[in-house]
Design a protein around this ligand. Sequence first.
Ligand code: TYD
Length: 216
Amino acid sequence: MAQGKFLTFEGGEGAGKTTQAKMLAGALEKAGIETLLTREPGGTFGAEAIRDLVLSGTSDRWSGMTELLLMYAARIDHVEKLIKPALDRGVWVISDRFADSSMAYQGYARGLGRDRVKAVHESVMGGFEPDLTILFDMDAVLAQKRVETRGEDLTRFDAESLDFHKALRAAFLEIAGDNPDRIVTVDADGSRGNVHNAILFALTKAHPDLAGKLGA
Ligand code: TYD
């Protein structure tokens, strides 16, 4: 049985990742590919408990380093118990956020620095990486408006200022520039259908054998 592929969706708040992750999972399933949709922080029982800790409370509840270590504590549980076993069974995994979020949020926006995040990443993850990452890029002002109007409870991160959202966007774009073979940036301002098609296009480019199956 061939290994499944590990796909991650990244970007700032309010960019529509979650909706698009569901749409892509539907398209893959329709093409006969067993797909697992998951998210970070979270995805397993233990990692979801850590998620509650890290996302609730006031924005100064945790330092950047505590956040980073909590994210990686959740991530290793998620990778070992859910993601790797699924990939080994040939299942494709889509994760709504993964390690690029730690680099962007904790490394850049919270100011821990790339080197410290990279050191933690390498020591916890070894060489484990997504096969393909889609970065949802969106104007920070628009993103903040979407977050405010989507009617969900704000997390500690949603509550941050516009400057934080701008720094985050710049950080993700820099990370994408550093990883051109893995990360494809899509314009998340477009309609749902257009963004979905851009994702199918990126995926079929990376996996040409999917072209006929996904209708892209
Ligand atoms: P969530 O409500 O899932 O946000 P979104 O819908 O925007 O994905 O909350 C996850 C939050 O956790 C989000 O603000 C980003 C943050 N986060 C980090 O700061 N570091 C990380 O490593 C991860 C995975 C998430």
